[in-house]
Design a protein around this ligand. Structure first.
Ligand code: KG4
Ligand code: ZN
Length: 343
């Protein structure tokens, strides 16, 4: 069975290269996780510019690969399989990673595995907390996605049981940060500002929690609009916007809805483990509230460390290892990107 797996991630603005070792007992060990981000080049536009991201991936790929092998103390020839994100993500950005992964797989004469970015966000947790119990529930919260997923097997059976009907949770963070004059990406500065604010100061709406709303779907665009109206109204009275209070109250509304629905989904499906991953899982209030509510409901909570929650290559290498361990067939060399790949 291949044991050293290289993972390549380029779905958005991070060029990620990870290396893992698949052990005979099915456990996966992290050997290297190198990320080059083009986030600063996008910051002045307030969001990711696809063309800029693709070009940055091209420039960063070879140096990031080199750094990963140096930090693991490995040679390229040690690689037994290459895994790469085929989607979902930005078409041009994905294509850079797919082309690079094909070149490495062909040059090294090893199998190539095209894998799903969303499944990678869940698989990364096995690097920190060991094999996933089956079934488990995953709350995936990132800049592009907000989904509740039932995971029966990380490599072969993941079913969506709920998703956002409009904005992703991370997108809401980014938009609200902009309203408050905080930099992009908005999650980290809102998280920081909220620490000195009062989370009960403003009662922002909790979307999709009415009796007639789909049980496990989410909506964040109404919350974003409510924050915008509140800020506008405050400014029109000539008052200063209390940034910390707005940040804390907004953050509380997001964490409340996400954790309430995730815990309810786990309880109603009789699932004993919840994994929270994706960039927004790095949020301090989300993990604290999830910890409290999971403990009350008797659910085991797994949250990878923040560095593994945001996009990286280790998550793709980890998923590749599980795909290899499951005996899945390698991808053909004419593999292409699929920007709208479902989970
Ligand atoms: O998973 P990720 O790195 O990329 C995507 O696949 O989208 O997630 C990026 C998102 C951004 O929207 C960013 O604002 C958000 O994750 N984020 C956070 C925090 N750190 C990153 N949101 C809330 N709190 C944080 N501490
Ligand atoms: Zn992601």
């Amino acid at each position: 069975m291949p044991s050293i797996i290289m993972g390549v991630e380029t779905s958005c603005d991070e060029t990620g290269v990870g290396l893992v070792r698949l052990h005979d007992d099915g456990t996966v060990e992290l050997l290297a996780d190198e990320v080059a981000s083009s986030v600063e080049e996008h910051a002045r536009f307030g969001g990711v510019v696809p063309e800029v991201a693709s070009r940055a991936h091209l420039e960063a790929m070879a140096p990031t690969v080199r750094r990963a092998f140096e930090s693991a103390g490995l040679e390229l020839s040690d690689v037994d399989a290459v895994a790469v994100t085929v989607g979902p993500g930005l078409a041009g950005a994905l294509l850079v990673g797919v082309a690079a992964a094909k070149a490495y797989a062909a040059a090294l004469d090893v199998p190539l595995y095209g894998v799903n970015h969303l499944a990678g966000h869940i698989a990364v947790d096995t690097l920190e907390h060991g094999p996933l119990p089956s079934p488990c529930l995953a709350l995936l919260v990132s800049g592009g996605h907000t989904q509740l997923l039932r995971v029966d097997h990380i490599a072969s059976k993941i079913t969506e049981i709920g998703s956002t009907v409009d904005d992703a949770a991370g997108e809401a963070y980014d938009k609200v940060a902009r309203l408050l004059g905080l930099p992009y990406p908005g999650g980290p500065p809102i998280d920081k500002a909220a620490k000195s604010g009062d989370a009960q100061a403003i009662a922002f709406p909790r979307g999709m929690t009415g009796p007639r709303d789909a049980k496990f779907d989410f909506s964040f665009s109404g919350l974003k609009t409510a924050v915008a109206r509140w800020v506008e109204a405050t400014e029109s009275r000539g008052e200063q916007v209390p940034v910390a209070d707005v940040a804390a109250s907004f953050q509380e509304a997001v964490a409340d809805v996400l954790t309430a629905k995730a815990v309810r989904a786990a309880t109603e499906s009789g699932i004993g483990t919840l994994v929270i991953s994706g960039g927004v899982a790095a949020n301090s209030r989300l993990s604290a509230l999830a910890r409290q509510r999971c403990a009350e409901a008797g659910i085991e909570l797994r949250v990878p460390r923040p560095r593994l929650c945001t996009d990286n290559g280790a998550m793709i290498a980890a998923l590749g290892a599980h795909v290899v361990a499951a005996g899945c067939a390698p991808s053909a060399m004419d593999l292409s990107a699929n920007p709208a790949l479902p989970v």
